[in-house]
Ligand binder design. Structure first.
Ligand code: ADP
Length: 495
């Protein structure tokens, strides 16, 4: 479909898209930072403190009867900034460590200790309390709400029994500092971070989109020149592998298109040349016979018939190859005796070329039946035998050999068609299977085939998943071969 000249292509620009992704990414990071730093900070802080408290309590209680209790208590207190007091039922201090200035458990009276002990007893041998220091009364009052505005302390009271069955009480005191000030600082920092991230997002997205979109725009521009038939390589900076691949692909496409264009021109020149020769002959001879009645001879009429046949062969070949290569052909598979088909073909050729003195030698090891498209396989054999007849040497002999060979552990049937002609130069061998390729471009064209024969052979054999090839020695002749898979049945040749 044609695109309107000034019409804007759909979709948003890459630059904007990259920027939007970055903006979204930045917004997400900021949101996460904000949530963690302001909303949840206090909860996370209290949680960490609580975990520390319980972990320390576990360490102390696990060593309650150890001789090292005092040093363990001190080390735990120092490490976690806690105050710890372990007392016996009689109020005797078993271990004590003070790593805080404003510690409560070391300041309160024995009575308060007893209160906490009783509370813990009631609530399953463990109780956690929160206290605030009252400056006016100089005492600690317990806090019940969760809003922390001033410094608070948390006391964990744990009761456990020693080996004598006596209650040992462990008090652990931790301090909670209000996070309000920290949140304020973090919020100010967050503002700075936001500004920096926005600048960074814009810069990085600009750099990224430039390094991606600019080369793409250049490549698109040069692709547009391709459609006009005047390709100018983009010369785009190959900032990444994909872009470099895209640019290379476009360059290759342009090369292929140029090659195809040249081929197309050559093809039209070839076909018109090949069509012109017989047409000129037919017109020429017909005019002569019209003007000079004496020239109406069987020989002249034969020339017209031969040239008309050549024309129809040529047109048939052109139609056949375009049909085959369009990919719309399905093989008409049937089981048939290949050896028999070869034998009949040879007999027909012998009759056809009787007057030329051509000789055909057919050898085979076994009688082979295969499943294939019989008409197309016959077409392959005709094309190869035709070429051998055309190019064979002075002895005018064509050798046809059919044998069953073992290929990668599988049986296949191989047909070889050899002539003793002038052979094909080594450098031309890879190209003879191409459409319209002729080794001797100038001398042979007017007298032989369309230049399509081997291309038809190649396409048909490939459709049958078979193999094909050629051996040729200059001055000695050529052997063309085809291989078809899995003969259905074989019967040894006893002749
Ligand atoms: P053509 O119709 O021109 O023979 P083909 O596709 O059959 O076209 O063959 C392509 C070219 O390969 C021929 O033009 C010829 O140069 C070369 N060629 C094919 N078969 C033989 C052969 N048996 N001996 C020598 N050259 C051959």
């Amino acid at each position: 479909m044609k695109q309107n000249k000034g019409a804007m292509p759909r979709g948003i620009k890459l630059r904007l898209k990259v920027f939007l992704y970055f903006a979204f990414f930045t917004a997400m990071i900021l949101l996460i930072l904000w949530l963690f730093q302001t909303m949840f900070l206090s909860d996370i802080y209290e949680n960490i403190k609580l975990k520390e408290l319980y972990r320390s309590a576990d360490t102390v209680t696990a060593n309650i009867e150890s001789d090292e209790l005092q040093s363990i208590t001190e080390s735990v207190a120092r490490k976690n900034e806690l105050c710890i007091l372990v007392i016996s039922p009689s109020g005797r201090t078993l271990a004590s460590a003070e790593a805080l200035n404003n510690c409560v458990i070391h300041k309160i009276s024995y009575r308060e200790h007893a209160k906490l002990y009783l509370e813990a007893k009631e609530t399953g041998n463990s109780v956690l309390g929160r206290f605030r220091y009252d400056m006016q009364t100089g005492s600690f009052i317990s806090v019940n709400d969760n809003s922390m505005t001033e410094e608070e302390c948390m006391i964990l009271t744990k009761i456990l029994k020693n080996s004598n069955g006596e209650d040992i009480t462990v008090f652990i005191n931790s301090v909670l500092t209000p996070v309000g000030a920290t949140v304020k600082t973090l919020n100010t920092m967050l503002l700075f971070i936001t500004a920096i991230l926005i600048v960074l997002a814009v810069t990085v997205s600009l750099i990224m989109s430039n390094s991606i979109s600019k080369p793409i725009v250049k490549i698109t521009d040069s692709a547009k020149t391709l459609s006009r038939g005047t390709y100018i390589p983009s010369g785009a900076k190959k900032s990444c592998r994909e872009i470099s691949q895209l640019s290379d692909t476009l360059d290759n496409v342009s090369l292929e298109l140029q090659k195809n264009e040249a081929l197309k021109r050559e093809l039209i020149a070839n076909i018109s040349h090949d069509l012109r020769t017989p047409l000129t002959m037919i017109t020429g001879y017909s005019e002569v016979m019209r003007d000079i009645p004496d020239e109406i001879t069987p020989e002249n009429l034969q020339i017209i018939i031969d040239e008309s046949k050549r024309l129809s062969y040529l047109v048939n070949d052109v139609l056949e190859i375009s049909k085959l290569q369009s990919g719309n052909i399905t093989l008409n598979l049937e089981e048939f005796n290949l050896t028999e088909a070869l034998r009949e073909t040879v007999v027909r050729y012998e009759k056809m070329t009787e007057h030329n003195g051509n000789r055909f030698v057919f050898n085979y090891d076994t009688d082979v039946t295969i499943t294939a498209d019989k008409q197309r396989i016959l077409q392959v054999l005709y094309n190869l035998i035709n070429n051998a007849v055309t190019y064979t040497g002075a002895d005018k002999t064509v050798f046809i050999v059919q044998r069953v060979v073992n290929k990668n552990g599988e049986k296949c049937v191989r047909v070889e068609i050899s002539d003793s002609g002038e052979g094909i130069p080594q450098e031309a061998l890879p190209y003879i299977w191409d459409r319209y390729y002729k080794v001797d471009k100038y001398h042979r064209r007017s007298q032989t085939g369309s230049g399509l024969g081997l291309s038809i052979v190649k396409t048909i054999i490939e459709m049958h998943r078979g193999a094909y090839g050629v051996h040729s020695t200059i001055g000695q002749g050529s052997t063309f071969w085809i291989e078809l898979n899995e003969p259905t049945s074989t019967k040894a040749n006893t002749e």
